[in-house]
Design a binder for this molecule. Structure first.
Ligand SMILES: Cc1cc2nc3c(=O)[nH]c(=O)nc-3n(C[C@H](O)[C@H](O)[C@H](O)COP(=O)(O)O)c2cc1C
Length: 339
């Protein structure tokens, strides 16, 4: 099954393996790819995966999480990213650029010195360890600011597809970044149209998805969905998979081409390296969307047998691979050996 051909929005994937988005920390101070970025993506483009999700690109200057992050806020920036899209396409793979806004989840205090940066969030709740050494607080987004960010997602998506030449975009709604901050009741304390019920907490993500889908009717549009704030083997706290099951159904109705399942405030299971730990969440979401949208599972998948089992058991349709790919872009040859 892993080596079966698969199709997404009339684009043919040579197998069921996807490169997970992995921040390479290789961007220039103005968020553009460098020689090192091209080296990183050249290797991934030559690996055995069928689809490459390129690391998170901030949709505007307030959405950055660290200075080395890719930025997609202008036509010039998108033109610079064309080199990466080209490498992936030349490698015969489907190319997808992740679009993101970090909100209150910053990775470096160096971000405060960058032009145009303001730390915006649903409710002023701090996310991440960097805040421990800071006296500043995140700002609470106003309604017009929320609308503007939704527009910025659609504009960045359009640039990355039309100017940079990507086959599509992945909307980042995981790992405690802004869309994930809206989803979680721990970071979204609003009592307006964007907070309170599960539907209202997801409204920001729905508006982004709808805007991106309408802007790019022919491109691949996927969502990286942080299924819960805790890992499946932990006691639920905050966002639970029962909350994201209806979100996944609504995303399917909005016309997304793929849902990539990961964690929200629990991150991507940073300290876990094996065990396909998000499989229970992927299975719940796949069942909920009932075959209308393919589901990708990523996190701790480390061998051909595990991958085949996840596909065979109906947990997911596609397998995401992150850290093994960075460690050795030739990982797939070793995986093949154990069939
Ligand atoms: C160094 C590093 C950078 C990452 N950057 C991103 C990112 O830009 N966007 C994203 O959605 N996930 C990111 N992730 C999470 C990965 O996409 C993936 O979900 C995680 O590594 C678990 O999969 P794995 O066990 O196969 O590595 C990153 C993970 C690592 C280790």
């Amino acid at each position: 099954m892993l080596f079966d051909i698969f199709e997404i929005r009339e684009k043919r994937l040579q197998n069921r393996l996807c490169a997970a988005p992995l921040a390479s920390l290789s961007g220039s101070a103005d968020g553009l790819p460098t020689e090192r970025s091209l080296e990183v993506y050249g290797k991934i483009a030559a690996s055995g995966v069928a689809l490459v999700n390129v690391e998170h690109h901030a949709v505007n200057s307030t959405g950055r999480v660290r200075p080395e992050q890719f930025l997609a806020d202008s036509g010039e920036a998108a033109a610079a990213h064309a080199k990466i899209a080209g490498l992936i396409k030349n490698g015969g793979k489907i190319s997808v650029a992740q679009i993101s806004h970090g909100g209150a989840n910053i990775s470096s205090d160096g971000i405060f010195g960058l032009e145009g940066f303001r730390c915006l969030s649903p409710s002023g709740v701090r996310v991440g360890k960097v805040w421990e050494k800071l006296s500043a607080e995140p700002e609470k987004l106003s309604l017009p600011e929320i609308k503007k960010i939704v527009e910025d997602f659609a504009a960045a998506a359009e640039r990355l597809v039309r100017t940079a030449g990507y086959d599509g975009v992945m909307i980042h709604a995981a790992h405690g970044y802004l869309a994930g901050q809206f989803l979680s009741p721990l970071t979204n304390l609003r009592d307006d149209a964007y907070g309170g019920t599960e539907y209202r907490r997801a409204r920001f993500l729905y508006e982004i998805t709808d805007a991106v889908r309408r802007t790019l009717p022919d491109a691949v549009v996927s969502v990286r969905l942080g299924a819960a704030d805790t890992l499946p083997d932990e006691k639920p706290h905050g966002l639970a998979v029962e909350d994201t099951v209806p979100v996944a159904r609504e995303l399917a109705a909005l016309g997304v081409d793929l849902i990539s399942v990961s964690g929200n405030l629990c991150g991507y299971g940073m300290d876990r390296t094996n065990g396909s730990y998000f499989a229970p969440y992927a299975a719940a979401i796949r069942e909920a969307v009932g075959g209308k949208v393919p589901v990708e599972c990523t996190g701790g998948i480390r061998g051909i047998k595990s991958a085949e089992k996840l596909l065979g058991d109906g947990c997911c349709d596609l397998i995401g691979v992150g850290r093994p790919l960075v460690a050795d872009a030739g990982f797939l040859d070793k995986w093949r050996d154990v069939i």
